[in-house]
Design a binder for this molecule. Structure first.
Ligand code: AR6
Length: 183
């Protein structure tokens, strides 16, 4: 499923994000940039050790990455030039600034992608695994935030693909996608 927004395309895809070619691949990381399970584990396994070496240098320089922000590395053996390591919020009750922090992850990644000349970007559903963000609410934030970015006349990104894992997540994203950007 995909839709044209301004001069760009927003698409949905189900599957393993490490198999999906894009100039920049989003990751759901943690503020210690320490690697982990879920999509983070898959990205490091598929990309190889060079990604963690770059993150270690960033960590030494900055002390980590705050929630709601992101850092960029190269992509090792992944079918991409860059990985955008975003730190999503841990979901508590939705009233601790989670939606704004989650939106800020997507915005920061898109800005970093543009600054580095990436034209195509893929994102996993940040925060919806270990960090417990309800899929329905996270889908709304992801779709709205990316669509808002693509609508800006100065947007340089040509295609963003939201890559979700599993049929249940796809169904939720498709429903929100129809409500928010197709109808
Ligand atoms: N491709 C696409 N999506 C995936 C993949 C994959 N290969 N694997 C999992 N997902 P999570 P978080 C989906 O837990 O909630 C890590 O340990 C998954 O189904 O990866 O932001 C980090 O190091 C879910 O919908 O990220 C952090 O410590 C979504 O990706 C912490 O987990 C995000 O799930 C971050 O937690």
């Amino acid at each position: 499923m995909e839709v044209r927004i301004g001069a760009s395309v927003l698409a949905l895809w189900e599957g393993d994000i490490t198999k999906f070619p894009a100039d920049a691949i989003g990751n759901a990381a943690n503020s210690a940039l320490a690697g982990g399970g879920g999509v983070d584990g898959a990205i490091h396994r598929a990309g190889g050790p060079s990604i963690m070496r770059e993150l270690d240098l960033i960590l030494a320089r900055t002390g980590g990455c705050p929630t709601g922000s992101a850092v960029l590395t190269s992509a090792g053996k992944l079918p991409a030039r860059f990985v955008l390591h975003a730190v999503g919020p841990v979901y508590r009750d939705g009233r601790q600034g989670e939606p704004e922090l989650l939106a800020s992850c997507y915005r920061t990644c898109l800005r970093l992608a543009e600054e580095n000349g990436a034209k195509t970007v893929s994102f996993p559903s940040i925060s919806t695994g270990v960090y417990g963000y309800p899929m329905e609410e996270a889908a709304e934030v992801a779709i709205r935030t990316v669509a808002d970015h693509l609508r800006r006349p100065e947007c340089k990104i040509e295609r963003v693909t939201l890559v979700v894992f599993g049929a249940a997540a796809l169904e939720i994203y498709e429903r929100r996608f129809r409500d928010l950007v197709i109808s």
